[in-house]
Design a protein around this ligand. Structure first.
Ligand code: GTB
Length: 216
């Protein structure tokens, strides 16, 4: 059954692939599963019809027959468990790949989101200039650790997995921050993810939504 996901009608990132539907699109492209996209406005996200799918009134959501899911990580895990290509067959390797999915969302993403929310919403606060370096140090601590673990490997644990997919989308949120440049191996890791044909198809599709919306 063809799933339907939701995405921003007009993404604030102007189609740079930073909204969280990107990771779901990428996962579906990796496994070759066609999907439909329902675009929602900010106000529609807060209406009861959408909140039945997503209690927090956000995107992305995922509907497949009588299954409705929210949370991008849960959706990517569902896709990865249903289809070959995003999780290894070996039970231990599969458990490690899932650990990397949690690490991306639970350990690496929070300080990155804290920093980007501050740059978006707190620039005019008197304490912004003092707080930003604190937030950036927290990001850098995680990048140091991740860079050390990745070393010269292509992917976090042998073959590309849903753990890498999520980690690359999380790290991309730092593009333009100046924080990644100290870590050539992480930059190369992100570039490897972005070079995957499935990533490119997903990116182009979400960019096309933005470009179409800005024409009309
Ligand atoms: N934990 C949830 C998940 O992983 O699915 C978080 C979902 C979430 O934050 N959704 C955001 C949303 O719906 C869109 S992705 N926001 C609307 C709202 O809360 O009212 C977050 C996002 C938005 C914009 C950019 N950007 O412009 O760069 C990047 C990321």
């Amino acid at each position: 059954m063809k799933p339907t996901i939701t995405a921003f009608e007009r993404s604030p990132d102007r189609g740079r692939g930073l909204a969280r539907d990107m990771r779901v699109r990428w996962a579906l492209e990796e496994v070759g599963q066609p999907y439909d996209v329902r675009l929602v406005s900010f106000s529609e996200m807060k209406e009861s019809a959408h909140r039945r799918l997503h209690p927090f009134g956000q995107i992305p959501t995922y509907e497949e027959g009588d299954l409705a899911l929210f949370e991008s990580g849960a959706i990517v895990l569902h896709v990865a468990q249903r289809h070959a290509g995003l999780l290894p067959d070996n039970a231990n390797a599969r458990a490690r790949a899932i650990a990397w999915m949690f690490a991306a969302l639970n350990t690496v993403e929070p300080p990155i989101v804290d920093r980007s929310m501050a740059t978006l919403l707190e620039r005019d606060k008197t304490w912004y200039k003092e707080r930003l370096p604190i937030l950036e140090d927290r990001v850098l601590a995680r990048l140091d650790e991740l860079s050390n673990r990745l070393g010269e490997a292509d992917w976090l644990d042998d073959a590309f997995s849903a753990g890498d997919l999520l980690m690359v989308t999380v790290l991309r949120r730092l593009t333009g921050s100046g924080l990644l440049e100290k870590y050539p191996n992480l930059c190369a890791y992100i570039a490897r993810g972005e070079a995957r044909p499935a990533y490119q198809r997903a990116f182009d599709d979400q960019l096309a939504v933005f470009n179409k919306g800005s024409q009309g």
